[in-house]
Design a protein. Structure first.
Length: 75
């Protein structure tokens, strides 16, 4: 499987997280389409099937991720 560069993953995760924080999924069709595009891209880049798993996988590939990282645990 091809692996996305960590800088690319970081940018994708950051943009997706920003849109989620702004509740962009409730916005217009262009914003929702961008969120869908980001989700598909993250899933493809991480080899996963859903956005939640893709975000976890991407964060574990970023510099500074630790084996004992607790991001898999529910908040």
């Amino acid at each position: 499987m091809l692996m996305a560069h960590p800088a690319v993953l970081d940018n994708l995760v950051e943009e997706y997280a920003t849109l989620v924080a702004l509740h962009a999924e409730e916005g217009g069709p262009e914003v929702r389409a961008r969120m869908d595009e980001l989700a598909r891209t993250l899933c493809t880049a991480t080899g996963t099937a859903d956005i939640d798993t893709a975000l976890i996988a991407a964060r574990h590939r970023l510099p500074g991720a630790r084996p004992e990282d607790d991001s898999l645990l529910a908040a």
